[in-house]
Design a protein around this ligand. Structure first.
Ligand code: FAD
Length: 394
């Protein structure tokens, strides 16, 4: 680790890894620091990702693919099941990853591209000069040090401490912080080709419970509920334990994790002088699905491209870096986040009876394409009032 780089990346998740790889390939000197002693652990993720999305960033490799998914099933409170199948035209569905290996592979690719990667190194606060970020103070294996950089990319995930300390408002309202718990379970009867989503206020208030297969008789069984619904006896883990006791009484739990997923709108501004915020730290998780791997990689890559141009032009001011902020907002990802935020706000108002009615309205249709967009369009087609209710939302 040197004391000065063109670009410093704080955090070695998918956002930071893609940013470091892109920035290094563009010829910058890059340092990626990660506070944990190993990349990829502990995994705080259900590990589901769309095939098409992933292929944009990395060639699929069986080493980090736990399962290939052919269908998704939505199970409403009364048990009505909506099945979204991989169609005959070959629209591919998704993977359940092994993120311990996947995250490592992404960071390895960044190192191969020329980035310095330093684990067990935590950014404690930004180096601030003339109102701008000029690097980070770090604790590297317990030893304090300073790393200066033209641009810092804050990829430190949900906690988003770095951007907060640089003066950006990264607050997530309690109701929009999903409180999650998950078990990796084995010895359970599942459909190994299906990701299953259980809906309803009894099962997962203002959220959902998932069963994502990781192979034969093995799955990530997890839940996310709104932070405002979490209280003694009704925490995410309590709902999950009740579901597991009922559905997989003989299953074995071989890993347990908890975590938070921000399902709020993205940060009001994702740049400052010398600073760009990417991935979960920028709050670019899909608010409806809670999926953030793809969006983390998208923002990581875009931020590194813009940072490279700004460094070449000798201007890393907030104004110059703003083309990253404007770029992701205008992108397909930005538009989907905005639309899905409203759909999420609509869904959390629904009681179980309404959820059952909506599920029944699309239970027997066959979709031309497997996507959340197609699902929403079909719901609106069969429940036209929904469009007016969605439009009324801010
Ligand atoms: P992270 O992956 O969180 O990486 C941030 C990294 O920064 C971490 O390695 C952390 O140790 C490091 N770090 C933090 N602070 C510092 C510091 N000060 N200095 C140095 N390093 C630091 N998304 C999906 O697409 N599909 C799913 O199925 C899915 N399921 C999920 C289930 C759960 C229970 C949870 C919690 C999340 C889930 N997500 C899912 C979301 C997904 O995990 C995140 O969106 C994704 O990991 C974001 O990547 P990131 O690089 O922005 O952040």
């Amino acid at each position: 680790m040197k004391s000065s780089y063109d670009i410093l990346v704080v955090g070695g998740g998918p956002a930071g890894a893609l940013a470091a790889k892109t920035a290094a390939r563009a010829g910058n000197s890059v340092c990626l620091i990660e506070k944990r002693s190993a990349i990829g652990t502990p995994v705080r993720c259900a590990e589901g990702v769309g095939k098409e999305l992933l292929k944009e960033y990395i060639k699929p490799d069986p080493r980090w693919i736990s399962a290939e998914i052919e269908r998704a099933r939505l199970i409403s409170p009364d048990g009505t099941t909506v099945s979204l199948e991989q169609d005959k035209a070959g629209n591919e569905v998704g993977y359940v990853l092994d993120r311990k290996v996947f995250d490592r592979e992404l960071v390895w690719q960044a190192a191969e591209a020329g980035a310095d990667v330093v684990v067990k190194t935590r950014a404690t606060e930004p180096i601030m000069e003339n109102g701008g970020v000029r690097g980070a103070k770090v604790l590297s294996s317990g030893t304090p040090a300073e790393i200066r950089a033209e641009v810092v990319l804050a990829a430190d995930g949900t906690e988003a401490q770095f951007a907060r300390r640089a003066g950006l408002d990264t607050t997530v309202p309690l109701r929009e912080m999903m409180s999650c718990a998950q078990y990796l379970m084995t010895g359970i009867d599942i459909d190994a080709g299906s990701t299953d989503f259980y809906l309803g206020n009894e099962v997962a208030p203002e959220g959902y419970l998932w069963v994502f297969p990781k192979g034969d008789r093995t799955a990530n069984v997890g839940i996310g509920i709104s932070g405002r619904k979490s209280r003694d006896g009704s925490r995410a883990k309590d709902y999950l334990d009740r579901f597991v006791a009922k559905n997989f009484p003989d299953g074995k739990m071989i890993e347990a994790i908890v975590g938070g997923v921000p399902v709020c709108r993205p940060l009001a501004c994702t740049v400052a002088d010398g600073l760009m915020v990417i991935g979960d730290a920028a709050r670019v998780v899909d608010p409806l699905t809670g999926g953030g791997i793809g969006n983390a990689m998208f923002t990581g890559r875009l931020a590194a491209q813009v940072a490279s141009e700004c460094i070449s032009a000798g201007d890393c001011s907030k104004e110059a870096l703003m083309s990253y902020d404007a770029g992701w907002r205008a992108s397909h990802m930005g538009r989907i986040i905005e639309r899905n935020y409203k759909v999420k706000e609509y869904f959390i108002t629904l009681d179980d009876k309404k959820l059952n009615t909506l599920a029944a309205s699309i239970a027997n249709i066959s979709l031309k394409e497997f996507s959340v967009s197609t699902l929403i369009k079909e719901l609106i087609k069969r429940n036209p009032k929904m469009l007016l209710e969605l439009k009324a939302l801010k």
